[in-house]
Ligand binder design. Structure first.
Ligand SMILES: Nc1ncnc2c1ncn2[C@@H]1O[C@H](COP(=O)(O)OP(=O)(O)OP(=O)(O)O)[C@@H](O)[C@H]1O
Ligand SMILES: [Mg+2]
Length: 251
C-alpha cells in the first residue's frame, strides 16, 4: 500500500520549471532513492512534499489524505519529517538541547521556563526521555552533552536525523544525508538509516549523490533530469540504464 502518492507535481520559479509533471509512489516501509544531476529538481520536490514550497500544480496524497495545500508545520504533524541538504543545527547548544528546542509548539511560542516548576517539570522530563531514546536510535547517546559544534560532520548529519525523529514521523525525507562525510562514515549513516526502517518501521525517501552507497540500501530508485522523471527501477536496473548513465555519469 502506498504511503505517499504524488500526482503530476509541478513547480515553476518564474519561467523556470524546476519540477515538471512528477508522479511517483512511495510504498509503506520502503527505502526509496531519488537521484539526478545537480539542479534536476530533487530538493524542490522534497520541499513540495514537506509543504515548504507551494505547488504550481499537482496533488500530494499521504496515507490516503490530500495534503497538497497544507503548510510545513501541518505536514510535519501528519507524520512527514525531513532533513535539509544544509543542516541547520544550533551549534552553540548541546546535542540534547538541539532535540529539545524544536519540540512541538515550543519554539519561541511559549516561555521556555514557565514560572511554576510543577507545571512544566513532568512534560520536560517526558521530552528529555524521548530525546534520549532518539539519540540511542542513532547512536549519539554518548554525546548527548557535547556541543553540536564539536561533533564530526557525520555526527552532525545524524543529529539532524535525530531531530527529525523527534516528531515520530511515518515518512522521513532526507536530502543528501551523507554530503561532506567521509566514505566509511557515510556507509555507517546509511546503516543507521536502514535500521530506522527495519526496527522502527519508518518509510524513507532519500536524495543522495553517492550512488555506490545508496544502491546498497534502496528498494527502488527514481531518477530526475531537468525537473522530470527520466527513469525508475531497482538499483540494478538504474545502474545499467543507458540514458541514466549518459545524463548522470556522462557515459
Ligand atoms: N527558490 C528558488 N527560486 C528560483 N529557482 C530555484 C529555487 N530553488 C531552486 N531553483 C532552481 O530550480 C532548479 C532545481 O533546483 P533543486 O535545488 O531542486 O535541484 P537539486 O536536484 O536538488 O540539485 P542539487 O543536486 O545540486 O542539490 C535549479 O535550476 C535551481 O536553480
Ligand atoms: Mg538539492
Amino acid at each position: 500500500m502506498p504511503l505517499l502518492e504524488l500526482y503530476n507535481l509541478r513547480k515553476d520559479f518564474g519561467g523556470l520549471r524546476a519540477v515538471d509533471d512528477i508522479s511517483l509512489t512511495v510504498p509503506q516501509g520502503a527505502i526509496i532513492g531519488l537521484i539526478g544531476p545537480n539542479g534536476s529538481g530533487k530538493s524542490t520536490l522534497i520541499d513540495l512534499i514537506a509543504g515548504s514550497a507551494d505547488l504550481t500544480a499537482g496533488k500530494v496524497i499521504f496515507a490516503g489524505e490530500d495534503i497538497s495545500d497544507l503548510p510545513a508545520d501541518a505536514v510535519f504533524h501528519k507524520g512527514i519529517a525531513r532533513g535539509y541538504q544544509e543542516p541547520a543545527l544550533y551549534f552553540k547548544m548541546t546535542v540534547l538541547d538541539n532535540l529539545l528546542l524544536p519540540v512541538k509548539g515550543q519554539r519561541g511560542e511559549q516561555p521556555w521556563y514557565a514560572p511554576r516548576h510543577s507545571a512544566w517539570q513532568r512534560e520536560e522530563r517526558k521530552h528529555a526521555e524521548a530525546a534520549m531514546e532518539v539519540l540511542r536510535q542513532v547512536q549519539l547517546l554518548p554525546h548527548y552533552d557535547t556541543l553540536a559544534s564539536d561533533l564530526s560532520g557525520g555526527q552532525m548529519k545524524l543529529l539532524e536525523i535525530a531531530r527529525a525523529l523527534m516528531g515520530k514521523p511515518k515518512l522521513l525525507l532526507l536530502d543528501e544525508p551523507t554530503a561532506g562525510v567521509a566514505p566509511k562514515l557515510a556507509y555507517d549513516i546509511f546503516q543507521q538509516i536502514a535500521r530506522l526502517r527495519d526496527d522502527h518501521g519508518i518509510t524513507l525517501l532519500i536524495v543522495e549523490h553517492r550512488l555506490e552507497i545508496l544502491f546498497d540500501f534502496v528498494d527502488y530508485v527514481y531518477v530526475m533530469h531537468l525537473g522530470a522523471l527520466l527513469a525508475q527501477g531497482s538499483a540494478a536496473e538504474i545502474g545499467a540504464h543507458a540514458t541514466v548513465r549518459e545524463v548522470y555519469f556522462g557515459d
